[in-house]
Ligand binder design. Sequence first.
Ligand code: PPS
Length: 596
Amino acid sequence: MFLARFDLPALPPLKAHPMTDHLIAPHGGALVDLVVADERARELKEASRDWLSWTLTERQLCDLELLMSGGFSPLTGFMGREDYEGVVEDMRLRDGTLWPMPVTLDVTEALADTLAPGATLALRDQEGVMLAALHVEDIWTPDRQHEAETVFGSDTGAALEEHPAVRYLLGQANPVYVGGRVEGLQLPPHYDFRTLRLTPAEVRTSFAKLGWQKAVAFQTRNPMHRAHQELTLRATKEVEASLLIHPVVGMTKPGDIDHYTRVRCYQALLPTYPKDTAMLSLLPLAMRMGGPREAIWHAIIRKNHGCTHLIVGRDHAGPGEDSAGTPFYGPYDAQELLKKHEKELGISMVPFKLMVYAPEHDTYYPSDEVPEGIETVNISGTEQRRRLQRGIELPDWFTFPAVGEELRKSSPPRHKQGVTIFLTGLSGAGKSTIANALMVKFLELGGRPVTLLDGDLVRRHLSSELGFSKEHRDINIRRIGFVASEITKNGGIAICAPIAPYDSVRKEVRELVEPVGGFILVHVATPLDVCEERDRKGLYAKARAGIIKEFTGISDPYEEPTDADIVIDTTDLTPEEEAHRIVLHLEREGYIGGGD
Ligand code: PPS
């Protein structure tokens, strides 16, 4: 068992940012400041030689940053068990303070087994830099299923297991939680948009300098268009406050537009507001997409940043719908829950309905204020993505030209995007032949670089140490997926041709690639008897004789894809015809053609 070194000087008393402003008080009364003075940082660093370390995940890094800066005031570290249980059950910390969302440090069992209360854990970023020390108070194995149901569940009947936070919690999160006070050495470093990354104390200082007493915060994880500008202007007028555009740049919903593009869009939008009435600052929050509970969390975080009001729209911080089209939360659930706690929180909600455009009046209206008999139009998020992918203009009534321009720059139409063509099928099904024919066709067409990641080729160069167990096959496919996603991200064409017999890892690859470009799954469905009959490499004979073990189709499984974009049976087609079918599909989907 590992215990803390006892020559570490005792924990210093908690610090708070001095309150020089006359703005709204932070949640719990004081703006927590977990970043220690230089001398203490040196002490901690020296002592850390004997501590165990934990490399923070992306989400934990975001949480740590807001803990350290006071964005999560009054929290002083990752939650201990009592706080956690109070938050899950009743949205309350053990001292009764309202807090809706668990902020916990999940670690592996292997690490937890070597820790005990009283130990100190070095929290490090991906590069190994120690950002903070965690003074371990509690170590426990939570009931994550219960957490998922209680924190993220609702009564809409949506499939909870499809909720992004639940998928994270039950799929990726580590099984043991470690809670305790944090002493921060340095905030996680960022190299992008540094002047826009203001801590709660810095936002408060800016408000004080600008003479803003009242500020309304606008939370967003999407680009802002005319409807949002109209909505924020209305909100500021309604409550006679200035505006803090406070977009989340930590983690949002998988598949969202990247924050670099979004921040450029916000910067392009900012000059459309009257001078000195709007400010932009970036929030390094890892959203959970927790709808109503998350709305309360957002309100607390904005209160800590000195905001007196928060705009809450339709389906605030909700993840949308499950695969059957059932919404995870009701459209105004978040508004209702926040309303209940508004008084206690002290920050006021500015509720808004969906904004819609009335062409006849050339005006935006909240959906419940549209004059009788007036037609309205709207462009959904899906339609927006479709237009950008196809290179179709976003109309001027919908967005400001400068914003549209930024979006177009980072979302080139499909024929200029990268794409992965992932062929899967039995050994001898004809994957390599089709892949080679396809590569030559792409080279003939020109325009994008082409890379072939054939099964045998990859096994020689990338995965030479791997065998054919399920574990090794999955590693192999993940490697192929990683390389393909990098190629796709940079605008190239990746043609992959492994057996890839397992469905779940194929899906993983799709999830990795789709956010950065196209992904086409081709099932080369030549039947086993045809493959065996051909037996080009003589492997089936060996497999039947038991000389090769774990041979796909003979002594190892092949899970047929149910999500293939194209299915090809090579029994009756020539490689030329097969490759052409794929090309036709790519043309239809817009990945080929479309002029320059
Ligand atoms: S996997 O499952 O996707 O990781 O397989 P892959 O990397 O595509 O490698 C398959 C090629 O390796 C040869 N080979 C075997 N295949 C399946 N099972 C076993 N046990 C095995 N041992 C060797 C085989 O030639 C495969 O090549 P292809 O091109 O598919 O015929």
